[in-house]
Write a protein that binds this ligand. Structure first.
Ligand code: BTN
Length: 276
């Protein structure tokens, strides 16, 4: 693929650019844009603790300490991707917080499919894939009491305009971007607006109609169910078949012994695919 110059893309990620297209009631109505930050999830947690309202969005051009799931580092270079976090205060029980992870994955997948026309897929619980390479990821962090959620921070990272050689060697073969998948550059403000609009619809749907509706969409986009997988948890790594998702979003995995494992968290790799 030929080299392209991002300077030619006039890709501004400013409050004015984002707000000019935004048609939401709540999401993004309080919006903070940073040139450089440690991690938008950390900033969103600080904001939530200081009383930030539902729907507050923190976005950064670059993260110096971008965080991935399971304590991993999330590569977040300047100007090439969308790195943002939402503060939510859903009226859900703490045990239902994982539902928001699925809402997030479905909303991002729908928004990007509709904008780009690419057949993007989801890997449990919420990796965004194109042809089995990772284009985006979601990290949800929560603060809850026994009887309710104080706040959730949903951090979303999407590789937008990277070329293959922009990625560090460790992830070069496993990562992709919208540019690599579609052959054209994208303007990040427009993508963020579309995601926030889709997210608001999916979030309202969850709160009104319940989790089953969200799971229906997730099932349609998922690439995990029915597959031979390798599961890696803090304790162990084992092979199995991804059989189903239960009402909490846990993955039901049939081990080689036939026993069913209920997986609340962990990392799933389709066999013959490397982890990112
Ligand atoms: C994953 O490991 O797949 C989750 C990656 C989540 C990355 C995003 S980028 C914006 C937000 N801030 C962070 O530090 N992480 C999330």
């Amino acid at each position: 693929m030929k080299e392209v110059d991002l300077q030619d893309n006039h890709d501004l990620l400013t409050p004015a650019e984002i707000k000019s297209g935004l048609q939401t009631k709540v999401l993004g109505q309080h919006l903070y844009c940073y040139a450089t930050i440690d991690s938008t999830n950390e900033a969103a947690k600080r904001a939530a603790l200081a009383g930030a309202l539902e729907g507050t969005v923190i976005v950064a051009e670059e993260q110096k300490q971008g965080k991935g799931r399971l304590g991993r580092y999330w590569y977040s270079p300047s100007s090439q991707g969308l790195w943002f976090s939402l503060v939510l205060r859903p009226p859900l029980k703490p045990t239902e917080a994982s539902q928001i992870t699925f809402v997030s994955a479905v909303a991002v997948c729908k928004a990007l499919r509709s904008l780009t026309g690419l057949p993007l897929k989801l890997k449990w619980p919420n990796d965004l894939l194109y042809e089995n390479k990772k284009i985006g990821g979601i990290l949800t962090e929560s603060s809850a009491e026994m009887d309710g959620i104080n706040y959730l921070v949903v951090g979303i990272g999407i590789n937008i305009n990277q070329q293959k050689n922009d990625f560090p060697t460790e992830i070069k073969e496993k990562a992709s971007s919208l540019f690599m998948a579609s052959g054209r550059l994208w303007q990040r403000a427009g993508i963020l607006v579309k995601i926030l609009q889709e997210y608001e619809k999916e979030y309202e749907k969850l709160l009104i109609k319940g989790f089953e509706e969200t799971l229906l969409d997730w099932r349609e986009f998922n690439t995990t169910l029915g597959q031979e997988i390798v599961v890696t948890t803090k304790e162990e790594s084992f092979n199995g078949i991804a059989e189903n998702i239960n009402e909490n979003g846990s993955l039901l995995v049939r081990r080689e012994s036939g026993e069913i494992e209920v997986l609340l968290a962990g990392d799933v790799t389709l066999r013959r695919q490397e982890r990112y």
